[in-house]
Design a protein. Structure first.
Length: 256
């Protein structure tokens, strides 16, 4: 069984900063850095890619906030109490993934072709994987996401009893998934393949892991993140169909 370790707190210039806030900052910086480097390797316009990565990050933050506020805490989101809404500070990683990629698609399609837009999506999905992995380090240290009580060997021995730490479990799974996204991105020649692979991996992982979560809002037996996970897989299949169709059209011989 894994021993319980309280969240570390770092003192910087007299300010006490929790480990989660530090990892959140590192996650944001890493997203922009990885997205820029991957876009550069793909030959995408650097300045435009940097701007669009920043836009994707901002829209991902909005999606994260709105998903948590409206889907997980509707009693606050739909209360009309603007003070409570303004003070709300929750985040949803699945909401960030959905909002970021939807926003990136809408923004890039205004300026780029479908193929170039998919290339950019392929560039930011591994960046999201890196950022989420770093973020889950903070979640694991802060014990933000608790699971069922159990005495299995990978449970954490909390003061209240052995319990799954879902942030820690997701962190362990994200390491090979993120590495695989980079591998797929380097070896696939069809734009959209890395995006689809990342969506499928993340969707399947979260859909099944969330059955172990506790104290989360559910609708008809499923959490909002699980519905988004199904949407990720369906979107991935649509992207793959689009990618193969475009490749088939480009490979077809011209007819007179």
């Amino acid at each position: 069984m894994i021993p319980y370790i309280p969240q570390p707190v770092v003192s910087i210039f007299g300010f006490e900063i929790e480990a989660f806030r530090i990892t959140l900052t590192l996650a944001v910086v890493s997203f922009l850095w990885v997205a820029e480097r991957t876009a550069r390797r793909k030959g995408l316009p650097i300045v435009e890619s940097a701007r669009m990565a920043a836009a994707a990050l901002a829209l991902g933050g909005i999606g994260s906030y709105l998903t948590m506020l409206l889907a997980y805490f509707p009693e606050i989101g739909f209360s009309g109490d603007w003070r409570a809404i303004a003070a709300f500070g929750g985040m949803s990683s699945t909401g960030a993934l959905f909002g970021g990629h939807l926003g990136a698609w809408l923004v890039t399609r205004r300026y780029w072709s479908v193929e170039k837009s998919l290339q950019f999506q392929d560039a930011i999905i591994p960046a999201y994987g890196v950022a989420l992995t770093i973020g889950r380090v903070g979640c694991a240290l802060a014990h933000e996401h608790l699971g069922i009580h159990t005495d299995v060997w990978f449970a954490v021995d909390f003061p209240t009893g052995p319990q799954l730490d879902m942030g820690l479990i997701e962190l362990v799974l994200l390491l090979p998934i993120t590495a695989a996204m980079f591998y797929v991105d380097r070896h696939s020649r069809r734009p959209g393949t890395t995006l689809a692979f990342g969506f499928i991996c993340h969707g399947v992982m979260r859909f099944f892991l969330d059955f172990w979560r506790v104290d989360d809002k559910t609708y008809f037996g499923l959490m909002p993140s699980q519905y988004l996970s199904v949407l990720f897989v369906l979107t991935a299949l649509l992207v793959l169909a689009l990618a193969y169709r475009r490749q088939g059209l480009s490979a077809a011989p011209a007819s007179s």
